[in-house]
Structures are given as structure tokens and as C-alpha cells.
Design a protein around this ligand. Sequence first.
Ligand code: NAD
Length: 290
Amino acid sequence: MKIGFIGLGNMGAPMAANLFSAGHDVTGFDPAASVPEGVDKATSAPEAVIDCDVVITMLPNGEILRSVADEIIPSMRKGSVFLDCSTVDVESARAVAKQAEAEGLLAVDAPVSGGVGGATAGTLTFMAGGSEEAFAIVKALFDVMGQKAVHCGESGAGQSAKICNNMILGVTMIATCEAFALADKLGLDRQKMFDVVSTSSGYSWTMNAYCPAPGVGPKSPADNDYKPGFASELMLKDLRLSQQAAEAVDADTPMGQAAMDLYSTFVEQEGGKGTDFSAMLPRFEKRHRS
Ligand code: NAD
């Protein structure tokens, strides 16, 4: 396929490189980042999308996505697909899809899980929203960039699935970290704590696969001085998106709210920016009840 790729940052660059390696004709644009080897460089976003079958965006947030959409939609070929893989608010995803469809394009929102490691290895998970027809066209690209793609429903459904998943992830990481800090103060050995919880009803992905305690469980960012991994500020971004969505549909999400407040304090006041989101454990370690 002829593919335009807008946003070649930490995630976009390896995704575009994998599409090129699989034999696709890829043209990329990013005002700041360099273009990976094999990808043709465009001098503007509208230039990158000319005659493309699919245009992929991998951008920081909904506001930037909306402005890029305004720029590129008029230059996209009728019948081509606007595939946004950024993590953005549900409303922006739906608005951009509506705008694209009004101009005779197809649209898919497909945020990813798997981070930079998954983007590089081509093992991302895609959660997609859009029509069956649009999903069927981009499925072959998901197979190159990832290992799994779930068609979740209409436009916005991919973003909805992503923020619900990450709300669970943020809440669970905090619960795992505070339980380790409590266990420490009770004099319980961390390895014993892991051995019990990872095979008991408190088990979770954060305990079993991404343990926040160094030297315990499989290798994780905790074993690399809490270098991300998945940065605390990205977790905060996703928790904010989930609360924004909860507010819009009047859903009661007290644990998601508490997780957002904690990550916000951690990132903005306690030096957590730039650390992995599992660095909540050393944070709790240092703290007292009041
Ligand atoms: P990044 O900041 O490394 O990359 C974003 C790129 O977009 C930058 O290179 C920037 O120059 C470019 N950009 C900004 N404005 C632009 C514009 N107007 N036109 C074209 N390009 C523009 O971020 P990232 O880590 O690659 O993340 C991208 C998206 O993927 C985000 O929505 C993020 O939430 C999501 N995500 C990231 C991870 C991760 O682990 N990094 C994991 C899952 C999802």
C-alpha cells in the first residue's frame, strides 16, 4: 500500500520503519523528529498524504490530532483511510472520524498498547473503532505493526477501550505498590510477598509481569532504576483522558479519580516525571500514614 505517516516520534518512527520493511511505500512527516531509513521524507503533512491508500497519525494529543486533520483531510484521496493510532480523548477521535467521513474518507481510531518495545518489535496490540469496511482495509497493516487487533465497535470505541484498560492499570499499579510498602513495614520479605500474591487472588499484570519491586519477579523497569518503560506522565495523561470521558457520560469512577490525583501529585510535585509508573513503590516507601 501507499502509506502516509504523520508523527514520527518514539512510537511512530519504529511503526513506519516496520511498514517499510514489510514492503509498503511509506512517506513520512514530522516537524521535529527525523525520518527512519527507507521512509520518504515529505516537507509538509499535506504533501505526505497525496495519493495514499492509508494515512496513519501518531501524535501527542487530541488538539494536535484535530489540527493535523484540518490540514490533511482536504489533500487525502477519496476512499482512502484516516488511521489514527495516537491516544486521544474519545470526543476528538469521534470528531475527526466524522470530519473525514464527510469528505468521502474512511476512518479508524486505533490506539495501541505495548509501548516503544512493542512498536519496535512489531508486537503492539491495536484496539480499533470504525466501520467493518475500514477495519478490513487496515487489518493487514495491524498485522505488520502488531500481534493483535480487536475491532471494538464504531468510531471512538478504540479510544474507549484504551482508557478503560489504562484506568485499571493505573489503579492496579497503585494498589500493588501500596501493598508492598505496607508489607515492608509489617516486616514481610518482598520475595515471599510476590510468591504468595502472584499465585493468589491479589494477582495482576502489575504484580506478575511488571513487578514494581526490584529483584522480584520477571525483569521490569524496577530492575533498571525505574527508567521507563511506561513513563508516569503518560499514565497521568491516560488517567486524565479516562476522567474526562467519565465526566462526559456521567460515570462514577472514584478509584480512577484517586489514581489520577496521585499520579498528578507524583508527576507535578514529587519529581516523578521521567520515571516509570511503577516508581510509585519508592514513593510509598518513603511515606508515613499522615
Ligand atoms: P512522541 O512525543 O515521541 O511523538 C509524537 C511526535 O508527533 C513527535 O515527534 C512530534 O514532533 C510529532 N508532532 C507534533 N505535532 C505535530 C504536527 N502538527 N504534525 C506532525 N507531527 C507532529 O510521542 P510517542 O511516545 O511517540 O507517543 C505518540 C502517541 O502514542 C501518544 O498519543 C501516546 O499517548 C501514545 N502511546 C505512547 C506509548 C509510549 O510508550 N510511548 C504507548 C502507547 C501509546
